[in-house]
Design a protein around this ligand. Structure first.
Ligand SMILES: [Zn+2]
Length: 169
């Protein structure tokens, strides 16, 4: 009995360790979205990145290009969807973004029938999660510290650019 108890304890410890390891591992698709955001920042733009995932594969990537293209409509999500091209149905896709989508991008998500949106954070910008949820979209906020830090630093460094992006005078 004692041996079995010890064995059980070891299994439990192993499971606990595995769980901790898993929790520490960041979502690979969020990491890809962060890489896009960093690309945008290097180009002198706003660090928001996005990827579109279908059947476990990235089928589109993009980042905010308001500054780079002098285009207020090119948000990370729209850039990503544009780069994915015409894919037919969006039913099986998940859209990742480093930041909670704004009303324009949330509208695109609903219009295209994307069923799931996973975001890095919504602390620095609330976006439109309730709008998406009210249309049956599953919205997951990972509250990722790296995403929060990236936006907080950007807002500190370039407040005028950020206010322009979110339409605040
Ligand atoms: Zn947007």
């Amino acid at each position: 009995m004692q041996v079995r108890g010890c064995f059980g304890y070891r299994i439990l410890l192993g499971l606990l360790r595995q769980k901790t390891k898993k929790q520490k591992m960041k979502d690979e698709f969020l990491m890809a979205a962060i890489a896009e955001a960093k690309k945008g920042l290097e180009e002198g733009g706003i660090p928001i990145g996005s990827v579109l995932v279908k059947e476990g594969k990235i089928i589109g990537r993009g980042h905010n290009q308001r500054v780079q293209k002098d285009d207020p409509m090119t948000h990370a999500e729209t850039d990503c969807l544009r780069n994915a091209g015409r894919i037919g149905s969006y039913k099986e896709t998940t859209l990742y973004s480093t930041l909670m989508p704004c009303y324009m991008c949330a509208g695109t998500v609903v219009q295209f029938g994307i069923k799931k949106v996973i975001v890095g954070e919504s602390k620095t910008f609330p976006g439109a999660p309730e709008f998406m949820r009210s249309h049956g979209v599953e919205v997951v906020d990972l509250s990722d510290p790296e995403c929060v830090e990236m936006m907080e630093k950007f807002i500190r460094d370039k407040p005028e650019l950020w206010n322009e992006d979110i339409g605040v005078d």
